[in-house]
Design a protein around this ligand. Structure first.
Ligand SMILES: Nc1ncnc2c1ncn2[C@@H]1O[C@H](COP(=O)(O)OP(=O)(O)OP(=O)(O)O)[C@@H](O)[C@H]1O
Ligand SMILES: [Mg+2]
Length: 363
């Protein structure tokens, strides 16, 4: 029967626990560590001496041997136990050291992580600052560019207007001269024709001057709640609508907070463009108002010739015109007024449709 457990050739420095069990042997209390053969030897010796030694002596000798065995066993057990203890202590020491190292490493990593995170945050805020500065710079430069474009357009415009005004003025001057010669004569068809010529020249000059003023004057908006349908009707009354053109007004109306006079300039210019595009053909101009919770859309659709594709990008540029008597300021002024109201305008072909989108404000 197994009674005691001890480890033979135990190496205290070897912390690998997997080596320890392999060194375990089992000890039987009645077997000497000297081995089976030496006990047998003793018994044989006793047997040989049995003729001269008494039974008591034999018993005494056996008891003595047994005591020696007990002492040896006890000693081996104690050695083995302290070796296991030492092994466990060493193992725990190594585990603690490993844990300590790992803790230190994780603290270092944490510190580095914090350092990197604050570096990233700093870099991010610098980027945001740079982006804001760039945006501001871009805004200022765009403003300056627009202003310088406007100034150079005004310069070009002045020379063009001076030139354009000369033609109708010449017509007026000549007609006045002819009419003077007819002093005392009745106002017949001949005179009426000359008067109409003068009227057309005056209209042309007024249009030129109005166009320049609309473009040059950058007055602040005078906004009130206005009926958009009313604005459209007012603009129509200021235009001469030829007989060949039918104008279809919007069925629905919308009230919008805007500058009435400026919005009438917008509608007047767009109507005139449509009338000019239709020309002498039979045609129509369809005007609609659509209101959504966030915006109001006004569309002006005409059955005219449309804009050639190569011109589509230029029609809102100041001074761009394809007309003999145009200033090329109409759409440019319209865009600037819509812009002032926070809206957008665009023109598409087939059929030619100008769309104005005006935002609704919560206020
Ligand atoms: N409804 C339209 N149909 C076809 N072309 C158009 C229309 N509206 C504008 N355009 C084109 O865009 C150009 C620029 O228009 P804009 O109103 O700015 O100037 P204009 O009409 O030429 O001159 P002004 O407005 O002084 O009479 C026009 O010359 C024309 O070629
Ligand atoms: Mg025009």
């Amino acid at each position: 029967m197994r009674k005691y457990l001890y480890r033979k050739d135990f190496d205290e420095k070897d912390a690998d626990p997997s080596n320890a069990p392999r060194r375990t042997i089992f000890f039987h209390p009645h077997k000497s560590s000297l081995g089976e053969s030496s006990v047998q030897q003793q018994k044989d010796d006793i047997g040989k001496k049995s003729n001269s030694i008494s039974i008591d002596d034999l018993n005494n000798e056996t008891q003595k041997n047994s005591k020696i065995n007990d002492v040896i066993t006890k000693k081996l057990f104690q050695d083995s136990f302290s070796a296991i203890e030492a092994f466990n202590d060493r193992k725990m020491e190594l585990i603690y050291k490993q844990l300590e190292d790992e803790k230190k490493l994780s603290e270092e990593l944490n510190e580095k992580l914090h350092e990197n995170l604050s570096k990233i945050a700093k870099a991010e805020s610098e980027l945001v600052k740079k982006k804001n500065n760039l945006e501001l710079e871009l805004k200022e430069k765009t403003k300056k560019l627009v202003e310088s474009e406007r100034l150079s357009a005004i310069g070009e415009l002045s020379s063009r207007v001076s030139h354009d005004l000369k033609n109708p003025l010449t017509v007026i001057k000549g007609t006045v001269g002819i009419l003077k010669l007819r002093k005392g004569m009745p106002i017949d068809d001949f005179v009426m024709k000359r008067l109409e010529l003068m009227e057309a020249s005056i209209f042309r000059m007024t249009h030129q001057i109005d166009g320049v003023l609309d473009y040059v004057q950058h007055t602040p908006l005078d906004k009130k709640d206005e009926s958009l349908k009313q604005i459209i009707e007012n603009s129509l009354q200021l235009q001469k609508i030829p007989e060949n053109i039918r104008v279809i007004l919007p069925k629905k109306d919308s009230i919008y907070n805007c500058d009435r006079v400026k919005m009438e300039v917008v509608m007047g210019n767009l109507l005139l463009n449509s009338i000019q595009a239709i020309g002498l053909e039979k045609g129509q101009i369809l005007i609609e108002i659509v209101e959504t919770p966030i915006a109001i859309t006004i569309t002006i659709q005409d059955s005219g010739s449309g804009v050639p594709n190569e011109h589509l990008q230029k029609i809102f540029d100041p001074l761009f015109t394809t007309k003999q008597e145009g200033t090329g300021l109409g759409l440019s002024s319209v865009q600037s007024i819509i812009d002032q109201h926070g809206g957008i305008i665009d023109l598409k072909n087939n059929p030619t449709t100008v769309t104005i989108t005006l935002p609704k404000r919560s206020s």
